[in-house]
Design a protein around this ligand. Structure first.
Ligand code: SF4
Ligand code: SF4
Length: 336
């Protein structure tokens, strides 16, 4: 049930945390349909937040060297390769390479301004393979497609990591985001087990290295947004796959984008983390996906792991009272 300091249900998380008249809730809308897998977001995040590298070797299982979100990877770009036959080829409106569309062809802007600019007429579109993989020689249809998606902490409306933190190192900001204070975290790791998305991790490394043993995750660039700047990943993304702003406005934008894709025949297009009635009451970082969440390594139906704690405490309290009452009755009965 929603309410003050509730652990479940739609709420404004900043107000729920006690901020009076907080600014509009901020978040990320990650539109994976226009991600080109350049990893500029990963690099910008590492650079701004002084995160160590993860090694530079490809994993062997994909064109990826980072693999998953972790203590040193606060943005992770998944590369998912799908065989032909799963999907019909549809243009997703990928960006082109060349001069800005408006410079040569004022009419070349993307329809409705919902996506990145369309390539100028006659400009080479070197990225069109990302719309549908390579072409087979036979039927001219793509033989595979790439799904690319930049994952991040979801800045949940109800954040189990924050609920279980015994030191207050994790806190809710006035923007509704969830941030770890490195100098308050004692490294107990409760938050690691509590996160339903497997996002947060303690940093490993040689003793004495920066923040070793401390829980680490995306801060939605708390130190930038407080100064009116965009988070580093959103600033670096060349295709506007990562959009930052007021959550309500992002949700409207995402609704329009998913409707447009579905109208154009992209049947798998869906929003993830967008529903305030889901198991975490919606997330501050939500996604437009082109297939099931599991395909991207996301849980299909995440639930805040502390949701049932109040009910469990109530029941434990009632059981304790019943035991006390039973003991008192047997004591009084024994004296007669
Ligand atoms: S995704 Fe995990 S780490 Fe991020 S706010 Fe939600 S519970 Fe916390
Ligand atoms: S910067 Fe943008 S396009 Fe490049 S990998 Fe990240 S989300 Fe995708």
């Amino acid at each position: 049930m929603a309410g003050r300091n509730s652990l479940f249900g739609p709420v404004d998380p900043a107000q729920d945390a006690g901020y009076e008249a907080p600014p509009a809730r901020k978040g990320f809308f990650t539109d994976t349909s226009v991600c080109i897998g350049c990893k500029a977001c990963e690099v910008a995040c590492k650079e701004w937040n002084l995160l160590p590298d993860d090694g530079f070797d490809l994993l062997g299982s994909s064109y990826d060297n980072t693999g998953a979100l972790g203590a040193n990877t606060w943005r992770h770009v998944a590369f998912v390769e799908q065989p032909a036959g799963r999907v019909a080829p549809v243009s997703l409106g990928m960006p082109g390479v060349g001069p800005p569309a408006g410079a040569l062809a004022p009419s070349g802007a993307s329809a409705g301004g919902l996506g990145p600019p369309a390539p100028a007429e006659g400009a080479p579109n070197l990225l069109e393979a990302l719309d549908g993989g390579t072409e087979t020689e036979g039927d001219g249809h793509p033989d595979f497609r790439w799904l690319m998606s930049s994952n991040v902490c979801k800045h949940c409306t109800h954040a189990a990591c924050l609920d279980v933190c015994p030191t207050g190192a994790l806190f809710r900001t006035e923007f509704g985001t969830v941030v770890v204070q490195d100098d308050v975290c004692n490294g107990c790791g409760y938050c690691v087990a509590a996160c339903p998305f497997g996002v947060i991790e303690r940093r490993k490394g040689p003793a004495g290295a920066r923040n070793v043993g401390i829980a680490q995750k995306c801060t939605l660039c708390y130190d930038r947004i407080g100064d009116g700047l965009e988070p580093a990943c959103a600033k670096a993304c060349p295709t506007e796959s990562i959009q930052y702003g007021d959550l309500d406005e992002l949700r409207e934008r995402a609704d329009a984008r998913v409707r447009r894709l579905q109208d154009e025949g992209v049947e798998g297009a869906r929003l993830y983390g967008h529903d305030p009635h889901d198991g975490v009451s919606g997330t501050g970082a939500f996604f437009l996906l082109l297939d099931e969440p599991e395909v991207y390594g996301l849980p299909p139906d995440p639930v805040v792991t502390t949701r049932d704690l109040p009910q469990m405490f109530n029941r434990a309290g009632m059981a304790g009272l019943a035991l006390l009452a039973g003991a008192a009755l047997s004591f009084l009965g024994g004296r007669r």
